[in-house]
Write a protein that binds this ligand. Structure first.
Ligand code: ADP
Ligand code: MG
Length: 766
């Protein structure tokens, strides 16, 4: 029996899903698979786990699992359900990549989809769950798709063994044909239940003209107009990224001050070079013969063990990748009832940002009523599109844009691009305005432009490389990946490219080598995993980095490799300092900081041999110095580092250290905040380890005498790209131009730039 408060009880009764409880629970009782659709806000995420709990699906030792594609949703939804049920968070808990509050008493467990995938690797039949809910299936995140494919097989297996299990797939938009009409996935069409929503009408207003670039400016003008001229009611604005969100928030707060306040001028900046120098490399002596790392000497999993301590961990990386550089540092706005209100004649706007990487306390603010006498204005990325319902929104302002990462299918070159969203997403966004009363949606684009939007956003799995997925699946002994019941299969080119990469990393067994048959085997994509591949699959990082970890035990390099991989996995450790300054004061500050970063990079890069490790040495040096200084926001601010990135690296180091210890028990590693810089010989090994992981990202300098076309000056040639690539100006090797380099990735901006560059000795080149 659940003991809810009267207030909660009343709120629940207003949710449309309550009326459907009987129908839903009966369908679940009668079927292994059920699909549940309903408008955002109809109560799916908060109520279904409670229905199941009350119907006894968490009795005995079993628990109820719910997956979310986003960390934000996993955390906030578990907290909400916890509160609604009046239970402790020991019972209603969550688990995301690095943290969680799951206990042995947990009955309802919210988690990211990546966490559940890792659990399947440990226990294929997911014995502790009696029911799994896959939430937000319409988002079509890669791990959600894989989970649905796996569970379409696991659930019948469980039932055959007399250990009943249910799968419920929940989705907001009604595009469920990919699931229901896919007979490879579900041979018998599962019932789909639609929850009617009590959606109030939303009037959609299109712009006559479509601003091509300045949609944030247009959003600003529209919000100002709404705020000045239209009746009370919250405003929700959709932009594309964190930086945009923060800058519009600042602009709005300035125009409609909620509470006038001035920031104290920054204190005299302390010099931290001293700390940093302690980490600085000792003088290098040129080594004549280069020691070589043994590529066959890698860590393997101990037989029949080593899994237990493995932390669940592939994550909703896309969130992290999709996020912008963080400009939020040190610019906290103080909110709270203000005494300065009276002096300002206009109604204050209570402006709140909302995006994935925002700290949870700040995210929670959007659910609380705004201070009396103010109008709520939430400036959000598309997190607010479906997973979170913000109360009291009457006006939606939609930029119509979304930021996506694009990959070139062949070359793997990626770029972030802001593109038009889909019609389905735009309608979702509009729907956010009609939850509590009739509302209005202002689209900052014309109806003709809307007409040209694609109907639905494509499934993520069709848009990105799949090497990590293929490795995870091979580790589950799914060798013929091409036969897997994907809701939407990735292209065969993408699968092929993944298989090729994994073969080159030694994660898969080479197919027989005679002529035609080889082609045939490859085409079937059925190479089994090697012991090295299994060791790699145990690490919660992309296969390239996993390979580096597996080789790291030689020459006591592991702590360095772990640190390097952690830093390489986190996007961009430096603050964005090239942004246009809004004031002269800011301009001076930015100029000073840029100079400082250049200086620090030079120090961290070291000299001689260390310099050969290039940008990777900078990462090692930066993390080392930052940890040495206690990883404080001040140190990061002073040295142009992103504090959040450094915190993330610290967590990842801890997690990878645990994972490595599990695979390689004799390692006995721990995270050392006072890690010494690597010795010369270790740097040489680290460079070879980088080459082993990034071997397909090798680039050769085009020699001056080869340059026919001026565009090839200082350029590099890679096997895959016809066009020249360049060392990014932010790289410490920018002016060194080594003959051979490996790079972490090529990003296309004004040119094709290699980032994360490390020099390779010519004699190492295969
Ligand atoms: P769905 O999953 O169908 O989109 P939810 O179960 O997430 O719907 O939300 C149902 C309702 O619960 C929402 O309309 C919202 O009003 C309320 N709600 C959800 N989360 C919170 C929260 N953290 N605080 C207050 N109300 C919430
Ligand atoms: Mg939901």
């Amino acid at each position: 029996p659940v003991d809810r408060t009267a207030e909660i009880q009343e709120a629940r009764l207003k949710l449309p899903i309550l009326a459907e409880e009987q129908v839903i629970m009966e369908a679940i009782r009668e079927n292994m698979f059920v699909i549940l659709c309903g408008e955002t806000g109809s109560g799916k995420t908060t109520q279904l786990p409670q229905f199941l709990y009350e119907a006894g699906y968490a009795s005995g030792d079993s628990i109820i699992g719910i997956t979310e594609p986003r960390r934000v949703a996993a955390v906030t939804m578990s907290q909400r359900v916890c509160k609604e049920m009046n239970l402790s968070d020991r019972i209603v808990s969550y688990q995301i990549r690095y943290e969680g509050n799951v206990t042995k008493d947990t009955k309802i467990k919210f988690m990211t989809d990546g966490v559940l995938l890792k659990e399947i690797q440990k226990d294929f039949l997911l014995m502790k769950y009696k029911v799994i809910i896959i939430d937000e299936a319409h988002e079509r995140s890669v791990y959600t798709d894989i989970l649905i494919g796996l569970l379409s097989r696991i659930v019948p297996l469980r039932n055959k063994k007399g250990l009943p299990m249910k799968l419920i797939v929940m989705s907001a938009t009604l595009r469920i044909e990919d699931f229901t009409q896919n007979t490879r996935l579900f041979p018998i069409t599962p019932p789909d239940i639609k929850v009617d929503s009590r959606q109030f009408p939303v009037t959609v207003h299109f712009n006559k003209r479509t601003p091509l670039d300045d949609y944030t400016g247009e959003a600003y003008r529209k919000i100002s107009k709404i705020h000045r001229m239209l009746p009370a009611g919250g405003i929700l604005v959709f932009l594309t990224g964190q930086a945009e969100v923060n800058s519009l928030c600042r602009r709005l707060r300035k125009a409609f001050p909620f509470r006038p306040h001035c920031k104290a001028p920054a204190e005299g900046e302390e010099d931290t070079v001293g700390d940093v120098k302690k980490f600085k490399k000792a003088k290098q002596k040129k080594t004549l013969t280069m020691p070589r790392i043994d590529l066959d000497n890698y860590s393997t999993l101990p037989v029949d063990e080593g899994d237990e301590d493995r932390e669940a961990g592939i994550d909703d990386e896309e969130e992290q990748l999709g996020s912008d550089l963080d400009l939020d540092l040190g610019e906290e706005e103080e909110e709270g009832a203000g005494e300065g209100d009276k002096s300002d004649p206009s109604l204050p706007l209570y402006v709140l940002p909302l995006y994935s990487l925002l700290a949870p306390e700040k995210q929670a603010k959007v659910f609380r009523p705004p201070p009396p006498g103010t109008r709520l204005c939430v400036v959000a990325t598309n997190v607010a599109e479906t997973s979170l319902t913000i109360p009291g929104i009457k006006y939606v302002v939609d930029s119509g844009r979304v930021k996506r990462r694009f990959y070139d299918r062949v070359t793997g070159v990626s770029s972030f691009r802001v593109t038009w969203t889909s019609q389905a997403s735009a309608d979702q966004r509009a729907g956010r305005a009609g939850r509590t009363e009739p509302g209005h949606c202002y689209r900052l684009y014309s109806s003709a432009v809307f007409g040209d939007f694609e109907k639905f956003s494509p499934a993520e799995i069709t848009r990105r490389p799949v090497d990590d997925l293929v490795l995870q699946m091979k580790d589950l002994n799914i060798d013929k990946v091409i036969n897997f019941p994907f809701p939407t299969p990735p292209s065969s080119e993408a699968l092929m490219a993944a298989e090729e990469l994994l073969l080159s990393l030694g994660a898969l067994e080479e197919p027989p080598k005679h002529g035609r048959l080889k082609e045939l085997e490859r085409a079937k994509l059925s190479c089994p995993i090697t012991p090295l591949g299994r060791a790699m699959a145990a690490f919660p990082v992309a296969p390239r980095y996993a390979k580096m970890l597996a080789l790291g035990k030689q020459q006591a390099c592991l702590p360095y490799v772990i640190t390097l991989v952690s830093a390489m996995t986190v996007r961009e450790i430096f603050q964005e300092l090239d942004r246009p300054a809004v004031s002269d004061e800011e301009k001076d500050k930015l100029t000073g900081k840029r100079a400082r970063v250049v200086q620090m990079k030079r120090i961290w890069a070291g000299q001689g041999g260390a310099l050969g490790l290039g940008d990777l040495m900078v990462m090692l040096g930066a993390v080392g110095a930052c940890e040495y200084a206690g990883c404080t926001p001040k140190f990061c601010e002073d040295n142009g580092l992103r504090y959040k990135a450094m915190v993330e690296i610290r967590r990842l180091r801890g997690q990878l250290t645990t994972a490595v210890n599990a695979v390689c028990s004799e390692a006995g590693l721990f995270v050392d905040p006072k890690m010494k810089p690597p010795m010369d010989s270790q740097v040489t090994f680290l460079r070879q380890i980088a080459l082993a992981g990034l071997g397909d990202h090798l680039a050769r300098r085009v020699q001056p005498e080869e340059v026919l076309d001026p565009k090839w000056r200082n350029a590099y040639k890679t096997p895959l790209l016809d066009d020249p690539v360049f060392i990014h100006p932010s790289s410490v090797l920018f002016k060194k131009l080594p003959d051979f380099v490996v790079y972490q990735e090529v990003m296309e901006t004004t040119k094709m730039y290699m980032k994360g560059v490390s020099a390779v000795e010519p004699e190492w080149v295969p």
